[in-house]
Design a protein around this ligand. Structure first.
Ligand code: OFO
Length: 169
């Protein structure tokens, strides 16, 4: 039996994952507008992964026979000015998501909900990976700069990012 507190925090986390998908889609649209189709692909692939993150939580809640409550998804930020600025925003956002996942883990411990505590471990590891991949892009942008030639090379590299589905079962 999932406690009300754990149910609420899981519902909020579903909302945060779908908000993340929206945010990455907004970024993808920005990159399309400025002709950086590889960057657009990178953020679009990430948006699909975020939908998976939301769906894995959704399926878990159904399995635990607890009520899923879908909430409004906020309008994402769309104030983008450069690739570096976008990736700095991504890092800031993902650090907040990591903190949010950590709160789910801590609350599951407090509520003696070992199943949720075990379930959320996947997200803890996923956040380490996500933050690392964003830091990698930021350091490449810092190293090569944002001149057209460097962006062209990175853009080509990011065209190669492919989506692979994550699922709960
Ligand atoms: Fe779901 O990890 Fe990013 O936000």
């Amino acid at each position: 039996m999932i406690s009300d507190k754990v149910r609420n925090i899981l519902n909020e986390q579903i909302n945060k994952e779908f908000y993340s998908a929206y945010l990455y889609l907004a970024m993808s649209a920005y990159f399309d507008e400025i002709g950086l189709y590889g960057f657009s692909n990178w953020t679009k692939v990430q948006a699909r992964e975020e939908v998976d993150h939301g769906m894995i939580l959704f399926d878990y809640m159904i399995d635990r026979n607890t009520k899923v409550e879908l909430m409004n998804i906020d309008t994402p930020d769309s104030d983008f000015t450069s690739p570096m600025q976008v990736f700095e925003k991504i890092l800031e956002h993902e650090i907040k998501v990591t903190e949010s996942i950590n709160r789910v883990a801590t609350l599951s411990d407090d509520e003696c909900d070992l199943a949720t505590r075990n379930f959320i471990n996947w997200y803890i590891a996923e956040q380490v990976e996500e933050e690392a991949s964003v830091r990698d892009v930021i350091s490449k942008l810092g190293m090569f700069g944002e001149e057209k030639a460097s962006l062209y090379l990175l853009d080509n590299e990011f065209k190669g990012r492919t989506y692979s589905a994550h699922s709960y079962k």
